[in-house]
Design a binder for this molecule. Sequence first.
Ligand SMILES: O=C(NCCc1nnc(-c2ccc3[nH]cnc3c2)[nH]1)c1cc(-c2ccc(F)cc2)cc(O)c1O
Ligand SMILES: [Mg+2]
Length: 214
Amino acid sequence: MDQSKEQRILNSVSYNAVKGDPESVLDCIDKYCSQKEWAMNVGDEKGLILDNVVKEADPTTALELGTYCGYSAIRIARLLKPKAHLFSIEFNPEFVPIAKEIIEIAGLSDKVTILEGHAQDIIPQLKSKYDVDTLDFVFLDHWKERYAPDTILLEECGLLRKGSILLADNIIYPGAPEFLEYIRNHKRFECTNYPSHLEYMKVEDAMEKAVYLG
Ligand SMILES: O=C(NCCc1nnc(-c2ccc3[nH]cnc3c2)[nH]1)c1cc(-c2ccc(F)cc2)cc(O)c1O
Ligand SMILES: [Mg+2]
């Protein structure tokens, strides 16, 4: 059976990246996806915005919605302090083993736990099953129509604390209009917009940061 695009990305990383070097894994994926096959990684341009917000948050516990091939999980995990941890939720069973392998090649398996399933099913289990108290940082990069309901769910589950930082990808393309409407009109979030471009393309995109005011 023909290999998937995600399998071909893993092959390229496995062959070209330096084992244990997150930067080389990121560079390899960015090179492959800009020169060979486009893929929906956050990419190098929006990746710098992600890096800066993660550094600002300096999270002990972080959550990512939408693992895909693990590119943004590596971007986040490589910046985490020693005892910090990233939980990443992925719905597509084909992506999970590929992301795990790519994160392993980056040498970051100890810092990342991939949870397979729907965010709306896993989020309510984070406290009881995964011993999470509150989340210091959340990266939203899953199905765009799930950004708003899952943000509401995070708040309802008591997973946000004063100062928790949310960062959402794809605000313009594919777009998350309901999320933008919700978060910008919700008095307990302070929002900042970061104009950028769709990964590996000249198409306009943006990221939105929302700080929970408690
Ligand atoms: O769909 C996207 N990302 C979402 C994948 C995902 N990976 N995992 C999930 C999940 C995970 C837990 C879930 N729980 C409930 N739904 C869930 C969905 N969703 C996406 C699409 C594009 C894109 C741009 C231009 C195009 F022409 C076509 C596509 C660009 C991007 O940066 C994206 O992030
Ligand atoms: Mg995205």
